[in-house]
Ligand binder design. Structure first.
Ligand code: C5P
Length: 323
């Protein structure tokens, strides 16, 4: 079994537009202990089953694309059946799909006996999305270039509260709304990378920044409401993560994070108290998970006929996080 952690962007600066159409970034990414679970089983073809309604399980799913892309890059004829237990909200700015993809790359590197070094896997990861290489690594990192050029950052542990409004935000649309007025010079990211060593939650909280907020917040007034609610509930600082809409707040301790989460009472929000991770974003356990869990119906998608057929989608229940 693999666990694939979410991330937050403690700082995300847009430095300009590149000739290749992407934006030049300076961002500090930090893995947190809210994780999807994946099981990879050797199979004749490529297949995926997901336990959450609204998550595509066709070829647009990044976990399945990771398997396809790796199989093509390695020029081998192997298969895998992926069971994905989704806990990270989708299109949330938390990198869930990218983390799943990284988990599939790391898992298949072992299952298919490829023994590829990290740098070679990182090339495939970048082809899947600019956030994916981060999840092949650990803890916290400073990302430059399109976000895929990574330097490890030594970070003290932090407790955070994540608030998600149960709707998604499109990354491409967010970047499409960026104007030069939103460009900054990257110094905030550098400063925060230094500050993270100090374990001073209040100073980190005062230095959060996301240049994409100016592009995304006008589309979703809920983002400002979530930030205000986090601050009113005692968070030391709050910011949007990635291209949103998830907003996170910094707490003094994990107990404080749980208190803040308890004070956020809006029924339509999903909230989690989490800790930052110092170790790998993707963890591997050798035990396998035979089913998706009690009472969970599953949807099935396939690329190869061996996993043909489809089950009706499970009813969606959006409940508050229990962490
Ligand atoms: O890398 P990823 O596929 O997640 O990016 C989705 C979209 O976000 C890209 O197609 C691009 O429009 C935009 N993007 C960008 N600059 C970046 C990263 C993403 O403009 N550094």
């Amino acid at each position: 079994m693999l666990s694939a952690a979410a991330k937050v962007n403690l700082v995300l600066e847009i430095r300009g537009k590149r000739a290749d159409g992407y934006h030049e970034l300076a961002t500090v990414m930090q893995a947190v202990d809210l994780s999807d679970r994946l099981v990879l089983d050797e199979a004749p073809g490529l297949g995926l089953v997901v336990n959450t309604d609204g998550v595509p399980c066709d070829a647009t799913n990044l976990a399945l694309r990771a398997a396809t892309t790796l199989r093509e890059a390695a020029k081998i004829d192997r298969g895998v059946h992926i069971t994905l237990d989704k806990r990270i909200p989708v299109a949330a700015g938390l990198g869930g799909g990218s983390s799943d993809a990284a988990a599939v790359l790391l898992g298949l590197n072992r299952l298919w006996g490829l023994r590829w070094p990290a740098a070679r896997l990182a090339e495939v990861a970048t082809a899947l999305g600019m956030d994916v290489p981060f999840f092949l690594r650990s803890g916290a990192a400073l990302g430059t270039g399109r976000g895929e050029v990574l330097e490890p950052v030594v970070a003290g542990a932090l407790a955070l509260v994540l608030v998600n409004p149960a709707f998604g935000s499109s990354t491409a649309e967010a970047y499409g709304r960026v104007t030069p007025a939103m460009y900054t010079d990257g110094s905030r990211a550098m400063r925060l990378a230094e500050l993270l060593r100090t374990r001073q939650a209040a100073r980190v909280a005062a230095s959060l920044y996301n240049g994409l907020e100016a592009a995304v917040a006008p589309l979703h007034p809920e983002i400002e409401r979530m930030r205000a609610a986090l601050l009113a509930a005692g968070a030391l600082g709050a910011a949007m993560s990635g291209s949103g809409p998830t907003v996170f707040g910094v707490a003094r301790s994990f107990e404080h994070a749980r208190q803040i989460r308890g004070r956020l009472t809006r029924a339509s929000w999903r909230c989690w108290a989490v800790r930052t991770l110092a170790g790998p974003a993707v963890r591997m356990r050798t035990s396998t998970m035979s089913s998706l869990g009690r009472g969970q119906a599953a949807r099935r998608g396939t690329l190869d006929p061996v996993f043909g057929g489809s089950n009706p989608p499970a009813p969606t229940t959006i409940g508050r996080g229990r962490r």
